[in-house]
Design a protein. Structure first.
Ligand SMILES: [Zn+2]
Length: 398
């Protein structure tokens, strides 16, 4: 396992050539007419045909060998605790394992698995600030973990949200996992959080583990958090009529997670499609959880939704890239100049019945990850976790 200390803008100039298919992450135009890309100091500066780009004086050149380049995947729902360790399943290296599944960015929905997690107000604030600090200072193999997501408790006042924001906290953990389980109080606190630039997510459905509770559609609608966290349950889902209400009666994010009810995820997807609102769909794993850690969880969701939910594979990739980046205000997730140079290189898995990577995903197979890049730096080569990709990129020059 390789680790680095964070930001790392020392990437120099990266040129990627010979890309067979360039996925943009943007749902309105998911496939780009491009075979090459240039990034300087970790930011994309050019995308297009190799002859039209300034590729001189590169510090690193990647020959994509004809495979697909996509924005690095974003897991919209994780529960990290400390570094690359999770006490939930007593596992070390889970974040690094997810990078091998193409995930370059993770968003904490609360550091709720910390043994003895503080629930008093001063304690929960201190804990959230600590998580924000530690995960921005330490990155497992370069993966960006946005953490420091306090779980709100009764008695919090506006000043608490102002203090959290001033200290660098940008997220709320899942509303409903703490003592605030009623719509009225949740709404008040979510609004305070929003006022100070803190985005929010709410637990949806039945309790996940002993100690969490039922959050039904009335509470979700009243709380009005930015993201309807695991609308397909975590794992116990709301009835279909309530899910339909949530899709129809608000415009918030529809988050589908791997550690949820697959049938309800497909129901949500079809409802969003019917409404013409696929830009609201984002993906997560909700890992680590009772059902474990899934290094390939986001890829599995993409393949499941594309194959059983009848959406084109290139659109399903947007659920885990551009949609999430836009909803969460992240600088990654889209292949366009100015964005963070965070990529995953994919190809059809060896012996897939699909003729191309997109074809194979449409048939329900997982693609093979051949390389990941974060901040313009190559982080992993052929994945140790996915089925082997037919072809994998190579670094041809420094
Ligand atoms: Zn939850």
């Amino acid at each position: 396992m390789a680790h680095d200390a964070g930001g790392g803008g020392a990437a120099g100039k990266l040129v990627v050539r010979n890309v067979g298919l360039m996925l943009s992450g943007a749902i309105e135009n998911p496939i780009l007419d491009a075979d090459a890309l240039v990034a300087v100091d970790g930011r994309i500066t050019g995308v297009g045909r190799i002859g039209d780009l300034d590729t001189a004086n590169a510090t690193t050149v990647i020959d994509a060998q004809g495979v697909t380049l996509a924005p690095g995947l974003i897991d919209s729902h994780v529960h990290p605790v400390a570094g690359d360790w999770t006490p939930r399943q007593n596992q070390i290296g889970w974040i690094d394992s997810c990078l091998h599944g193409g995930v370059t960015t993770m968003i904490s929905a609360g550091e709720v698995h910390m043994p003895g997690r503080p629930r008093d107000i001063v304690g929960l604030k201190a804990f959230a600030i600590t998580a924000q600090r530690t995960f921005s200072a330490f990155r497992a193999t370069g993966v960006k973990v946005h953490a420091g997501a306090p779980v709100i408790e009764p008695g919090m006042e506006e000043i608490d949200f102002a203090e959290l924001a001033a200290a660098g906290v940008r997220l709320l953990g899942e509303v409903g996992l703490g003592g605030v389980k009623d719509g009225e109080n949740a709404r008040k606190m979510v609004a305070w959080a929003r006022k100070y630039g803190i985005t929010s997510t709410i637990h949806t459905g039945g309790p996940s583990i002993p100690g969490s509770g039922l959050i039904d559609k009335d509470i979700v609608l009243e709380a009005d958090a930015d993201v309807i966290g695991h609308i397909n349950g975590g794992h116990t889902a709301l009835p279909d009529d309530q899910i339909r209400c949530l899709c129809e009666q608000c415009g918030r994010g529809l988050e589908l997670v791997h550690n949820g009810n697959e049938r309800s995820a497909l129901f949500t997807l079809r409802t969003a499609k019917e409404l013409g609102q696929l830009e609201r769909v984002i993906l997560g794993t909700d890992a680590p959880a009772g059902s474990g850690v899934q290094p390939l969880g986001v890829l599995r969701m993409i393949a499941m939704l594309s194959s059983l939910g009848e959406v084109p594979a290139e659109v399903a990739f947007c659920f885990a890239t551009g949609n999430t980046a836009r909803m969460r205000g992240l600088d990654c997730g889209l292949i366009e100049p100015g964005r963070s140079a965070d990529f995953v290189f994919l190809d059809r898995a060896q012996h897939s019945a699909g003729k191309t990577m997109l074809d194979s995903v449409r048939l329900g197979d997982l693609p093979g990850v051949g390389m990941t890049v974060i901040d313009g730096i190559v982080r992993t080569q052929r994945s140790r976790n996915t089925p082997p990709a037919d072809r994998a990129p190579t670094v041809v020059g420094h």
